[in-house]
Design a protein around this ligand. Structure first.
Ligand code: TYC
Length: 118
């Protein structure tokens, strides 16, 4: 004999929002709590062999500095041993480091470029 007992009622659908008890759904605004992304500074290190002109070109090409600013940053690195080229999100900073190191390798220069949490 076929079982034609009706299936038990499905449980009420999950209700993600509170109900005011009168059929209207009340959506409460959540306080915005998204943290800003961590930022990383890309740093060039001084060495005795990379030509100054190459470093200035790198600062213009990969860090979008004008000639005067690029020259100032290059001279700061030359005198202090290191200098910040720019501050970026993690992925952008990592990409810039890779691009600079690849350009230095292509040019046969020992220029070093690193990133560090800002
Ligand atoms: N010290 C190098 C020179 O005298 C110039 C230089 C500047 C090299 C900055 C690297 O990140 C650097 N030719």
């Amino acid at each position: 004999m076929p079982d034609d007992t009706p299936a038990p009622p499905a449980p009420p659908a999950a209700r993600p929002h509170p109900d005011d008890g009168q059929g209207a759904v009340v959506v409460e605004r959540q306080a915005a709590r998204t943290e800003p992304p961590r930022m990383y500074q890309v740093v060039l290190l001084n060495d005795d062999y990379t030509p100054m002109e190459f470093v200035v070109m790198v600062l213009q090409e990969y860090f979008k500095r004008d000639l005067e600013t690029a020259t100032q940053i290059m001279l700061k690195i030359h005198h202090d041993g290191r200098g910040v080229c720019g501050v970026y999100t993690k992925d952008v900073a990592a990409t810039k480091v890779e691009l600079v190191l690849a350009a230095a390798r292509r040019g046969g220069h020992p220029l070093q470029c690193i990133m560090e949490a800002a």
